[in-house]
Design a protein around this ligand. Structure first.
Ligand code: FNR
Length: 348
């Protein structure tokens, strides 16, 4: 982990309620998958190039039409107001300062429109297929109206993973955070937490349905197999995110670092492939990009930054990651992300 990120983690540990810190850190089951994510990036080694002009290094990327200054993307995460009073508004202001794309969670604790007003870089909206489909439709329409550039449909959560077997995490998210985006759409008398529960009957048809309702490209998040990625693309997905939900869904799911190559091969350039889970240094990102990812999402470190120092700390974390990537790209012999390829990586 980069030293700034480690400092922010310690500051967050000091500042956050222990129950909130545990909720953010937790994995599901016996926490095997969450524990393996970072180490899995460590199982690769680089084959550097030499005598290439790396006097300037360009980290710019374009993702589904969004031009951003680096391939680091803010992962969608629930309930930022547990970490900072301004919640996602602060996170997205920080991402904007760093020129980074952010993905806003369906479970955000600030209204979509408020976060959109605070965001100064492109942003996407993460959707769950909720039991009340009209609720999902209303949210993706609002996100589109507020300026989201894409929908990220998370598909690894037919039921919410059982967390905290190890750590005993129990946290009751207050209604004012849980309902902030939902309340206005609920028919009186509806039990909000039931209507907003994930719909376990969701199938690939839902991808085209959300694209139609929102008018936006739909990426599918939570794919760990090449054949499943192809199934999503065939159903109309505009991209996939290789992810095991930060080890919070199926425990003993394989690390995304080890799932990435299979997905990249199967997708075969048809659509962007993003990846997340345990990305903590520029080198982790370099490996992901060389293995064929188009961008990398960063999760927990940005919650730690938010708790440690609000928007400024979020921007500092993203800037530090980008700066580290710039450095290792140069030392590995690449002046642009497009110069990376899988010949630069071997698995130990
Ligand atoms: C998440 N994640 C997540 N994903 C999603 O699609 N919708 C969500 O609402 C959430 N909520 C959420 C809350 C918290 C506290 C965490 C830690 C994670 C998963 C997230 O987008 C991402 O896949 C992982 O967090 C990436 O792994 P790292 O960087 O945290 O290791």
């Amino acid at each position: 982990m980069l030293s700034l990120l480690a400092e922010q983690l310690e500051a967050a540990r000091d500042r956050l309620e222990p129950a909130v810190f545990d909720y953010y850190s937790a994995g599901s089951g016996q926490e095997v998958t969450v524990g393996e994510a970072e180490a899995a990036w460590g199982s690769f080694r680089l084959r550097p190039r030499v005598l290439h002009d790396v006097s300037t290094v360009d980290l710019n990327v374009e993702l589904l039409g969004a031009r951003v200054s680096s391939p680091f993307v803010v992962a969608p995460m629930a309930f930022h107001a547990l970490a900072h009073p301004d919640g996602e508004c602060e996170t997205f202001a920080g991402a904007g300062r760093a020129g980074a794309l952010g993905v806003l969670s369906t479970r955000s604790s600030r209204r979509i429109e408020e976060v959109a007003a605070a965001a100064t870089a492109p942003w996407w909206f993460q959707a769950y297929g909720m039991r009340d489909r009209a609720l999902t439709h209303a949210l993706v329409r609002r996100a589109a109206d507020a300026g989201a550039g894409a929908i990220v449909l998370t598909v690894d959560t037919p039921y919410v993973g059982r967390k905290g077997k190890v750590s005993g995490v129990r946290i009751a998210v207050p209604d004012d955070q849980f309902l902030v985006n939902l309340a206005q759409h609920l028919v009186p008398g509806t039990v909000a937490r039931e209507a907003a529960e994930q719909d376990p009957s969701m199938t690939p048809d839902y991808i085209a349905e959300l694209a139609e309702v929102s008018g936006l490209p739909v990426l599918v998040k939570g794919v760990l197999r090449g054949d499943e990625a192809v199934r999503c693309l065939d159903a109309g997905a505009a991209g996939v995110v290789v992810s095991n939900h930060g080890g919070r869904q199926l425990d003993r799911a394989l690390p995304s670092a080890l799932a990435l190559a299979d997905v990249v091969t199967a997708v075969a350039g048809r659509a962007p492939v993003l990846v997340d889970g345990g990305i903590r240094t520029g080198t982790d990102a370099l490996l992901a990009l060389a293995l064929g990812a188009d961008a990398v999402l960063v999760g927990r470190p940005l919650l730690w930054a938010l708790a440690a120092g609000g928007a400024e700390a979020v921007a500092a974390a993203l800037d530090a990651l980008a700066e580290d990537l710039r450095h290792v790209l140069a030392v590995a012999g690449a002046a642009r992300i497009a110069e990376l390829d899988s010949s630069m990586v071997i698995r130990l």
